[in-house]
Design a protein around this ligand. Structure first.
Ligand code: GUN
Length: 282
């Protein structure tokens, strides 16, 4: 019998704790503030940005939105970031991705001050993550760590297999799991005998971006399966990277899509904004 890991309930639990800490900071005259930049008219990005603003409201933080036109140049974007970097009332800065192709993404992400980098994309923060002394942590991977903590799962000694090597999910998840004493394997599109490796996983993280990619013959009996996917199935319905209906009975715990890992990402963004406000007001 498997258990569904309820991302919405765990998000609420985390947001509640964050709200309490926001209240404490406010009582000391500090109003945690997140500035969100969105360039262009990508509809999915608009939804994500709206959700981020709603989460700020929900936790009592202030949010600022900078919606810039598609034609914005790298220089103009850097100017805005410089202004927000210098503004002491702004604790966190997030530039919603993807940005239009003509913008130099790396230049933009590296311009955000490390202490305001609530995405944990700046090379300095990525480095800190690797040596285990980072205070700002990558949101989606940290969301999965919080799910494991909530379910009382200690990664120590467990084999965590991650499918996907992205800078946003796969690589940072490997660092977080290593820091929690898991044995970690990262697989990707060039991995040979993938199923043989994924079948060894005590904790299997699917972050490939292909609908229902993980099938039952790729999963060990009793594994914990975390699904980062946000895909569309053959009928256009939202689904994950895991073939949930066929895989679930093999697992001990599994995250659904929707309602699994997704809701945790924004909760961790709120956590990072709170942390940034604390760091800057030490
Ligand atoms: N677009 C999709 N996911 C993310 C994220 O985690 N951070 C930012 N800044 N943009 C995104």
């Amino acid at each position: 019998m498997y258990k569904i890991i309820d991302g919405k309930a765990i998000r609420e639990y985390n947001l509640e704790k964050i709200s309490e800490q926001v209240e404490e900071l406010k009582a000391n005259g500090i109003l945690p503030t997140l500035a969100v930049i969105i360039v262009g008219n990508d509809p999915a990005s608009r939804i994500y940005v709206n959700n981020k603003k709603a989460a700020c409201e929900r936790t009592g933080m202030r949010s600022l939105e900078y919606a810039l036109p598609e034609e914005t140049t790298t220089e103009e974007l850097l100017e805005l970031i410089d202004k927000l970097n210098a503004d002491k009332s702004v604790n966190g800065i997030l530039c919603q991705l993807p940005v239009p192709k003509h913008i130099n993404k790396n230049l933009v992400l590296e311009r955000i001050l490390p202490e305001k980098d609530v995405d944990c994309f700046h090379p300095e923060n990525v480095g800190r993550l690797c040596i285990g002394n980072g205070e700002l942590v990558p949101c989606t991977p940290m969301g999965m760590v919080k799910m494991l903590e909530y379910e009382d799962i200690d990664p120590t000694g467990k084999h965590c297999v991650i499918i996907g090597r992205s800078d946003i999910v796969g690589k940072p998840m490997a660092m977080l799991m290593l820091a929690r004493n898991a044995t970690v394997t990262i697989c990707h599109s060039k991995t040979q005998n993938l199923a043989e490796i994924t079948k060894q996983a005590d904790i299997l993280v699917a972050a490939v971006g292909i609908a229902k990619f993980v099938k039952e013959d790729m999963v060990k009996d009793g594994a914990i399966v975390l699904d980062v996917g946000m895909d569309r199935d053959e009928n256009g319905k939202l689904c994950g990277d895991v073939d949930f209906e066929n895989v679930k009975d093999k697992t001990s715990m599994i995250t659904p899509v929707p309602g699994g890992v997704g809701p945790m990402t924004i909760a961790m963004l709120m956590r990072n904004t709170l942390t940034a406000a604390k760091i800057q007001n030490k």
